[in-house]
Design a binder for this molecule. Structure first.
Ligand SMILES: [Zn+2]
Length: 174
């Protein structure tokens, strides 16, 4: 899914699990929610190669557990750290339910121990391989759907509280 869906889940995880609500922890949660898609960024920068292969080295339990566990050390022990690790794992769940049109189809949660691909795709996918198809009504609709499912509910339930936090001095000075 796109950063909209992962960002919505990250915002939710931050709101319910971060005890210190400031821009640093918010940035960390948003970063962790989107971290596995670093392969997409690498692909744009380095071009197609093994390291940046679509959902290969970064979309698995090992990568996510190692990176999020290390990053969670920046947070207080307990709820904060668990929230961050679960958020990391949510990335896999969200990506597994998206229809994957690009080979190899699906992700390998158990890589490098097993290369079995998993995909239970029913959620519409974003076309993002050519600029022409990237900016389209179709993709706009998919992004809107992602926002409707993963971001708007969080804003409806927690929006007021989040806005109040962000407006506060403590959010920026911490
Ligand atoms: Zn992903």
């Amino acid at each position: 899914m796109s950063p909209i869906a992962h960002g919505g889940v990250a915002l939710f995880a931050w709101q319910i699990s971060a005890t210190r609500k400031n821009w640093r922890t918010l940035a960390l949660f948003l970063f962790v929610g989107n971290l596995p898609d670093i392969d997409f960024a690498l692909n744009l920068i380095l071009g197609h190669n093994r390291l940046s292969l679509h959902q290969y080295f970064t979309h698995n339990l090992l990568f996510i557990l190692v990176t999020t566990s290390l990053l969670s050390l920046l947070l207080p022990a307990g709820r904060d750290r668990w929230g961050l690790i679960l958020l990391g794992l949510s990335h896999l769940v969200l990506d597994i339910i998206v229809i994957d049109p690009a080979r190899p189809i699906g992700i390998r949660p158990f890589f490098p121990f097993s290369s079995v691909l998993y995909n239970f795709g029913f959620f519409p996918y974003l076309e993002r391989w050519r600029l022409r198809t990237m900016i389209s009504w179709r993709n706009g609709g998919v992004l809107l759907l992602e926002a409707a499912v993963f971001l708007f509910p969080v804003m409806i339930i927690y929006g007021k509280r989040i806005l109040k936090t962000v407006r506060g001095r403590a959010f920026w000075t911490a």
